[in-house]
Design a protein around this ligand. Sequence first.
Ligand code: IPD
Ligand code: CA
Ligand code: CA
Length: 246
Amino acid sequence: MQNKIEEISALIKACGAFIKEADRSCLQIDEKAGHANFVTEYDKKVEKRLKDGLLQIIPEAKFIGEEGEGVRFSEKGMYFIVDPIDGTTNFIKDYHNSCISVALITDGEATLAFVYNPYLDELFTAQKGMGAYCNGTQIHVSRQPLENGVVLFGTSPYHEELNEASFQMAYDYFKKALDIRRSGSAALDLCSVAAGRAELYFELCLSPWDHAAGGLIVKEAGGIVTDIDGNPVRYDMPCSVLARNQ
Ligand code: IPD
Ligand code: CA
Ligand code: CA
């Protein structure tokens, strides 16, 4: 498995360099369903490159990517669940806070996770039962209580019906914690909780490719990941996500 982890890491880093060096002079941007939901030529090209590369490394796995279609998740077997660019709006705005997110789900459980931020050259990785790492150094969630904590949240931007509830919840946490942040990348928010840079993250509706990798990284860093009602997160459909230290 170690060889495969190294091959996957190298593939993801190469794709990250491609994102970082994107030719932004005539970026082709299309709209998808939902409010302000965009896809660029880079989301599509990176997904294709990841699909080809990952299926060469683990040919028995199936591939589910945000920009692809056709493959349905099942509790049996191996699935790559991939977001080629998490933080597409940030990417369009040249905001330098986007990442590649790759999870391997085996018989319904996340077993490998990679989240790569090419702007900081930070590769977060986790293997089930083996801890979580950032660039090879083990990471842990913080021990700070909420009142000394920073709370991250996502606005579920593509689901307008959740806007009010999201901001109400953010306001409630703002009153209880030191402050709140909204970064524009769910996967990087999860890694921030894993690395002890923030204490809690929530979002009321995420797709599996947004949280599958980051969720395993939080758990392997000693944190807790559920939906907002305390149930396990899902890989077969969207769900809410609440990640926190102990
Ligand atoms: C989005 C980002 C954002 C979160 C959205 C996600 P995308 O992913 O992670 O932070 O609030 O819910 O959909 O569309 O940039 O890959
Ligand atoms: Ca995403
Ligand atoms: Ca995406």
